[in-house]
Design a protein around this ligand. Structure first.
Ligand code: PHE
Length: 337
């Protein structure tokens, strides 16, 4: 039996047949088990001898089975590792990369231009008090000019800022009367407008404020001309039209040469050759006082521009809503600019 079993075991080529043989010899109804079970019929002298032989045979068979099983296990593992091998030379799958949003890009460009002129960046809260948003900017309660900026009120005294101008006051107060003040403030502002191609309830502004002894309107004009030429090209011109803001006196609206027709006149500039880009003026004496400055000692200028508007003009985009829809077909166009 031993001879026969070992011979068969040596021939076994797979784990399943190995198991069959184990059952055949060592299983409950296996051949060796049968023999050992039949030992009761033997005489007392024969029993230990046959028992010993039986155990030896069992041990020998078990040893061969274990050895074989081990071999099969190793082969299976090797096979699996082989199958799982990764070809590191295959080209990878391309990952979709995001890109800087065009509005952020334009805002950064504007910031860079002013940083190059020695400005620092200031920030203020989007949830603002009535005092900073209106009162301190010479817009007392019931002032008709408050209607220019329909507001989202949270309480009677707290609202979403309608412009970045409150940061003028916050900056002045933080400076404690020191000069020069030379800041720009980028940020989101909110107005109760119905959204359309040129209006949005939320948009981005960049405020500018300069205060010092003897700051003049010509400084403002030179600064804006420099900005416009860096932003849109050296051939650009600007013109200042008289306007009104309660917090500046005199006030002006600034037009740039229409980039579309180089000033010749087209539909975009309503055949004037000019396109409005921002509001500005000399800081009103009352505003200087609210900020802790003596209007007899210092003067200043301020300006405020809409980032969306600057970006629409720069990239010839016809609808402000493209900026907020997050359609990647729109956004990816700016990835490489
Ligand atoms: N705050 C004004 C607006 O939102 C813009 C402005 C800023 C005008 C500073 C003059 C000076 O329309």
């Amino acid at each position: 039996l031993r001879h026969e079993a070992l011979e068969q075991l040596h021939k076994v080529a797979d784990a399943a047949s190995l198991n069959d043989l184990r059952v055949q010899y060592l299983g409950k109804k296996g051949q060796l088990t049968e023999i050992l079970r039949g030992m009761g019929a033997l005489s007392a002298e024969e029993r230990p001898i046959i028992g010993q032989v039986g155990n030896d045979v069992r041990a020998a068979i078990e040893a061969v089975i274990a050895e074989k099983q081990d071999g099969f296990d190793r082969a299976a593992t090797a096979h699996r590792l082989q199958a799982e091998t990764i070809d590191v030379t295959l080209p990878g799958k391309a990952v979709n990369l995001g890109s800087v949003h065009p509005l952020n890009k334009v805002a950064q460009e504007i910031e860079d231009i002013f940083i190059g002129m020695g400005y620092s960046i200031a920030e203020g809260p989007e949830v603002e008090t009535d005092f900073f948003n209106f009162e301190a900017l010479n817009l007392p309660k019931n002032h008709p000019a408050r209607d220019m900026q329909d507001s989202f009120y949270i309480t009677d005294e707290i609202l979403l800022r309608t412009h970045t101008s409150p940061v003028q006051i916050r900056t002045m107060k933080a400076m404690n009367g020191q000069t020069p003040v030379k800041i720009i403030c980028p940020g989101k502002v909110y107005r109760r407008d119905d959204d359309d191609a040129t209006h949005s309830f939320m948009f981005n502004q960049i405020e500018g404020l300069v205060i010092g002894p003897n700051i003049r309107m010509s400084d403002l004009k030179g600064t804006l001309l420099q900005f416009v030429r860096e932003m849109y090209g050296p051939q650009m011109e600007i013109r200042l039209r008289p306007s009104f803001f309660p917090f500046t006196e005199p006030s002006a609206e600034v037009d740039v040469t229409c980039a579309q027709c180089s000033g010749k006149g087209c539909r975009m500039c309503k055949h004037t050759g000019w396109i409005e880009i921002l509001g500005c003026g000399m800081v009103h004496p009352k505003v200087l006082e609210h900020g802790g400055y003596d209007p007899n000692e210092v003067t200043g200028f301020a300006f405020g521009m809409g980032v969306e508007r600057i970006a629409l003009l720069k990239y010839d985009i016809d609808d402000i809503r493209h900026f907020y829809a997050n359609d990647t077909r729109f956004l990816t166009q700016f990835a490489k600019i």
